[in-house]
Design a binder for this molecule. Structure first.
Ligand SMILES: NC(=O)c1ccc[n+]([C@@H]2O[C@H](COP(=O)([O-])OP(=O)(O)OC[C@H]3O[C@@H](n4cnc5c(N)ncnc54)[C@H](O)[C@@H]3O)[C@@H](O)[C@H]2O)c1
Length: 330
């Protein structure tokens, strides 16, 4: 199939582009590089430098390539930043996505896979979180994901041959031989803790150690980017899949912050310096996914998402990353 991957210079998008190529698909990456790295785009993919809402870039590539599928990663992805810059988030993640969806649909694209997030659920009323859990946005970022999902639901209702899939990722983590996590600024626990262990940054701050959990720190569900990439490929390839579908993509189990730090120490052989700070508003004590739906409908299950595999891949990639050394700071 011909697949347009927006945000394919980013962490999850570049890994998914590589997986789609490995499975024999033709891939065009569209990315403005506002947050990504040109060097992360796999060599087998065509690269178009541009914004998802720039019709002067978008329309010619849609008209020429006649894509079978759109996999839409491009977005801003920091909850905290979205609280101080809500307009920037609603513009980039919602308004620009609507331009992209509308042009893709009018150019005959009938498979859309969208990067959603477990943040759409807000604070959990029950665990594991299943897809029928009520949605509640606690931030403009979360709201942007809910709005795009809602738009896709309406588009699917109005377009009977459209398959629109929202993948609600839990915490993306890990690395492959070629690609790993290199956000700027970085806000995710594993790369921050590895940085602290390597002496590249100040001690890690643990946001609260007085939660009602086994060791007082928050529990999160970490899913390896190889598993995420496969979930996208299966969503693109699914037959008889018309309509709107939302699937959780997580490992289905949770690890505490302290367990993650202990694993990093074991793998790297270095202690992770840390200090304990106050709780962050809106942080749930525990979050983990129910994944029966994606297993039953798409045959997906996490294969690479043990904490040991995630941490060993992330530590191996971290210091000698080629994309990090080429592009860090751009
Ligand atoms: N990383 C996670 O744990 C996580 C969890 C849930 C959901 N998500 C979602 O997954 C997607 C990818 O996340 P990531 O961690 O790979 O982020 P990332 O920042 O590494 O990648 C996003 C990419 O999109 C590009 N981009 C942003 N706005 C653009 C625009 N208007 N036009 C063109 N390109 C644009 C950036 O340059 C970047 O390359 C995002 O939609 C994010 O909200 C991520």
């Amino acid at each position: 199939m011909k697949v347009l991957v927006t945000g394919g210079a980013g962490y999850i998008g570049s890994t998914t582009a590589a997986e789609l190529l490995r499975r024999g698909h033709e891939v065009v990456v569209l990315d403005s590089l506002v947050r990504g790295h040109r060097a992360a785009v796999p060599t087998g993919a065509a690269f178009v430098h541009g914004d998802i809402a720039d019709r002067s870039v978008l329309v010619p590539i849609l008209a020429e390539a006649r894509f079978d599928a759109l996999v839409h990663f491009a977005a801003f992805a920091y909850v905290g930043e979205s609280m101080s810059e809500p307009a920037m988030y609603l513009d980039n993640n919602v308004a620009r996505s609507l331009v992209l969806f509308r042009e893709a649909l009018s150019h005959g694209v009938r498979r859309i896979v969208f990067s959603s997030s477990c943040t759409v659920y807000g604070l959990p009323a029950r665990l594991p979180l299943d897809e029928s859990h009520p949605k509640a946005a606690l931030s403009p970022y979360g709201a942007s994901k809910i709005m795009c999902e809602q738009a896709l639901r309406w588009f699917a209702d109005a377009t009977p041959d459209l398959s629109a899939v929202a993948l609600r990722y839990f915490n993306a983590a890990g690395a492959t031989e070629e690609r790993g996590e290199d956000h700027d600024p970085e806000t995710h626990l594993i790369p921050l803790a590895i940085d602290a262990a390597m002496g590249h940054s100040e001690p890690l701050v643990i946001f609260g150690d007085d939660y009602d959990t086994k060791d007082g720190t928050c529990l999160r569900d970490y899913v390896h980017i190889l598993d995420l990439a496969e979930a996208h490929a299966l969503s693109v390839e699914a037959g008889d899949h018309e309509g709107f579908h939302a699937y959780n993509v997580g490992a289905g189990r949770a690890y505490s912050v302290r367990e993650v730090l202990a694993e990093i120490e074991a793998v790297s052989g270095r202690p992770v310096p840390f200090k304990v700070g106050p709780r962050r508003e809106g942080d749930a004590p525990a979050l983990f996914a129910g994944t029966e739906l994606i297993r039953d409908r798409l045959g997906w299950r996490a294969k690479f998402s043990s904490l040991a595999r995630i941490v060993s891949d992330a530590v191996r990639w971290h210091p000698q990353s080629s994309t990090a050394s080429v592009d860090r700071g751009e």
